[in-house]
Design a protein around this ligand. Sequence first.
Ligand code: SF4
Length: 466
Amino acid sequence: MSPSRNLPVTIFDPEVIRRYNISGPRYTSYPTALQFSSFSQADLQRAISTSCNKTKDLSVYVHIPFCATLCYYCACNKIVTRKREPAEEYLQLLKQEIELVAPLLESRVVSQLHWGGGTPTFFENEQIAELMAAINHAFEFRTDTEGEFSIEIDPRTVDPDRIRYLRECGFNRLSLGIQDFNSKVQKAVNRIQSYEQTSEVINAARQYGFRSVSVDLIYGLPHQTFESIAHTLQQVIELSPDRISIYNYAHLPERFEPQKRILVSDMPTPDAKLEIFQLCIEKLTAAQYVFIGMDHFAKPDDELAVARQDGTLQRNFQGYSTRSDCDLIAFGVTGISQIGNTYSQNVKEIESYKALIGLKQIPVEKGVVIDADDLVRKQVIKSLICQFALCFEDINRQFGVDFQTYFATELHELQPMENDELLAVSDSSIKVTARGRLLIRNICMVFDRHLETQGSMATRRFSRAI
Ligand code: SF4
């Protein structure tokens, strides 16, 4: 089945969206991190040695948690500091963790590397080079033309010289946060970043041969209006990034302390937020960006858009991706690995990380072994969220089940959505309609067996669909 060819355009139906706009996972993993429980070093070693992906390439993620200033909307795991010493100490710990883990993955070739944070460019140039050298020493890499080697940068901490340096270190993709160019919005979220600063960095990335530039925006921030976001979008379109992600600001001050500095009264109303998101979709698609799904847009010739079109799109912790399922090993505090049928996460606190590395232990803390039922559900959710379609026969063949019997309850639960024309169910498939594409999370949630046991409190830990 080639489900994603000739996809219908997205239909924005405010009335239906309002009805379905509940909190739910973004399904960058299934099961989600809420299902993680205790997971030991021995569990991770076993997962690596028994992984069904042993012969495939490897993805590597490195988490660098430091930031020089605090953005009030931020929900990332980060440490805000002006001091340089913690970064140097952390760098040495990262190198030790790599030395501990890499021998277990000896025969794997890395085709995907991502440094995220925090702010990876909090590291000085020499520290970046030192860490890159350690990773290169520990793993074999695909060539520059074959691999995707990306780093998140903060335009406020780099200049064109640093961009050139990053390219020389081996990175070939950049991603950077913009969020909003409006000065009133920037002030309210404590992130002052000019258009000129951002444009200088993006131009330098092109000049020095970065293959792709991705930018992040956020809608729902304080003081954002229809007009202000229209202006920001116009500026972003002029910068012409290859990929654009537009995230819904989830105001959860009880979970994320910095968000307490954002006043609800300054935020756009739910209706205004809907209009803003509709505008984002309209403006970006009018500018020839392909709406990949959920919150991602890409130029038509970008690998992501091509994968979307030919049905090979994937989803991982960074969102949508192009690489076929392969193991992902993460280094650094909070890093989440995906090895074979397991997810596992490193400790969150630097002190615990340091203590475990000091004992020469892999600093993994929790995780999950995905059971047989969740493996089927994972594939169903992946197919729906990436292809917006699902072929029953594919699932039957892959897992030895009869889809309609196995998921009889879920098919029944989908009926109201079918009545609302969000999807069409036949004897052989589920196809998400143009009206249902924006509500893909809700459709996936029907197949998530953990939501009920997690209860409403846990579900509120997720953001809303729109
Ligand atoms: S948004 Fe990025 S730069 Fe700002 S505090 Fe969070 S991790 Fe740091």
